[in-house]
Design a protein around this ligand. Structure first.
Ligand code: MV4
Length: 450
């Protein structure tokens, strides 16, 4: 088993990884920037190393500092969490070259899935249904036009180096294609240093369903069911749930088999997520793969009873999966609300400052993954996630009732949060029926229901 792990991340996921290490008897070292000196992860970890000033480029994204922190503290592994360098193949490679274990897949797997056009090609070759679109990146706007006319508008231009909706642009017709192509290319170049674009048929009404996979270093690959992630604002997920209200056992097995085949095709190792779109007719299409632990992993942990972060650490240490696919059972229903430091009443204005009082909810079936404490000062330098509120019930109705109770119980004063929005969504008739698609949140906000 690993002896000592550097946690190259911050916030709630750093706390989550410290907890998993503690339970496995692994010593934890948290890398922190000057803005996170008083963070909960620093307080809970066995050791902590300051890796630089607040700007991510000088701290959590600065590989030499993270690597040095791991080496000077005698770590034998690095856990990247999510975001920052978690899907950077060079970071995984340099960790490996320094004789340390990267808690995640091989650099090659990260690289192929990081190029969203190459990912589509690899998954198509593996036999997965892939969203209709370009075979590889687009050489010109003329090539884009020819393809768009073949598959039919509306189409989506997506940045090959993007992902998670970043660098995505809807094109409704031929007339708008040249401008959209030039703008998307320039934005991708500016954001990712790579202007390559690919094209997909745009599904205006769909469900965003992702499948969790887990693979060890001995060829065992299983899936852990799906997560419903259609409720997103500007491609940031707000509410996720497992299982999806619209996925039955037959569809789950088909999507799971596809996800496992895709993971096998790239010799995937560790925890990974295959993202699909499900159309109203029940057809699903691969769109991208995330080669990291995801924010929303707790809902899968709740319904399967597995600890995904501990499995990441065991797999990195070379241990075999002790669960076969036949052993995976989904029990009950789990839902996660992301509590962000944003004011939904003021167009999600970002918030920073002191948390005067933090009183988390409790009781049966409620879990809070957070780095908050009363008196904690939320720094302005990083993403807005303060806490993940997760509720489990024996069925969806009980999970919803528990989430409503948890949202009402939770006290966070000092900064505005998304809790009031979640409370409104959890009382919305369409949401409670499970009748929503990728368009739902936009329509809910336009209705002024909140
Ligand atoms: C799509 C799509 C429809 N058609 N791709 C990909 C990343 C994720 N954050 C959003 N993604 C989507 N990709 C095709 N070809 C719909 C989504 C999507 C979405 C789009 C707009 C508004 C909300 C959305 C919520 C989930 C998924």
């Amino acid at each position: 088993m690993l002896e000592k792990v550097l946690i190259a991340n911050r916030g709630e996921i750093a706390v989550r990884i410290v907890r998993a290490c503690r339970e496995l008897g692994i010593r934890s070292v948290v890398a922190y920037s000057e803005a996170d000196r008083d963070s909960l992860a620093v307080r809970l970890a066995d050791e902590a190393v300051c890796i630089g000033p607040p700007p991510p480029a000088k701290s959590y994204l600065h590989a030499p500092s993270l690597l040095s922190a791991a080496l000077i503290t005698g770590c034998d592994a690095v856990h990247p969490g999510y975001g920052f360098l978690s899907e950077n193949p060079y970071f995984a490679e340099v960790i490996k070259q320094c004789g340390l274990t990267f808690v995640g897949p091989e650099p090659e797997a990260i690289a192929i899935m990081g190029d969203k056009a190459a990912a589509r090609a690899a998954m198509r070759a593996a036999g997965l249904p892939v969203m209709p679109g370009s075979e590889q990146t687009l050489a010109s706007v003329d090539e884009a036009r020819e393809l768009a006319q073949t598959i039919g508008y509306p189409v989506l231009l997506k940045a090959a180096a993007g992902g998670g909706g970043r660098g995505m642009r809807i094109v409704p017709n031929d007339a708008e294609l040249p401008r959209a192509f030039a703008t998307a290319k320039a934005e991708a170049e500016a954001a990712f240093g790579n202007g390559a674009l690919y094209l997909e048929k745009f599904l205006p009404v769909a469900r965003h369903i992702e499948i969790q996979v887990l693979a060890d270093k001995h060829g065992h690959v299983i899936h852990l069911g799906e997560r419903e992630c259609s409720i997103q604002r500007r491609h940031q997920k707000l509410i996720e749930e497992a299982p999806s209200p619209v996925v039955d056992e037959a569809l789950r097995q088909r999507m799971g088999a596809a996800a496992v085949a895709g993971a096998r095709a790239i010799d995937y190792i560790g925890a990974g997520t295959m993202e699909f779109l499900l159309d109203p007719e029940g057809n699903f299409y691969f769109i991208e793969m995330n080669t990291r632990i995801q924010v929303e992993h707790p809902i899968t942990e709740y319904v399967t009873g597995l600890d995904l972060v501990k499995w990441q650490l065991r797999i990195a240490a070379g241990e075999r999966l002790t669960i076969q696919q036949a052993d995976v059972r989904m029990s009950g229903h789990a839902i996660e609300c992301r509590v962000n430091a944003e004011d939904p009443a003021r167009d999600f204005l970002p918030q920073a400052g002191e948390i005067e009082l933090y009183l988390p909810p409790g009781g049966p079936g409620v879990r809070i993954d957070s780095h908050l404490y009363s008196g904690y000062v939320v720094p302005p330098n990083y993403d807005s996630l303060l806490a993940k509120m997760i509720a489990w019930g024996s069925d969806r109705a009980e999970a919803l009732a528990r989430m409503r109770r948890a949202l009402d119980e939770c006290i966070i004063t000092g900064v505005a949060t998304t809790i009031p929005l979640h409370a409104a969504l959890l009382r919305d008739e369409r949401f409670c029926r499970g009748d929503f698609s990728t368009r739902y949140l936009g329509e809910f906000l336009e209705r002024g229901a909140f």
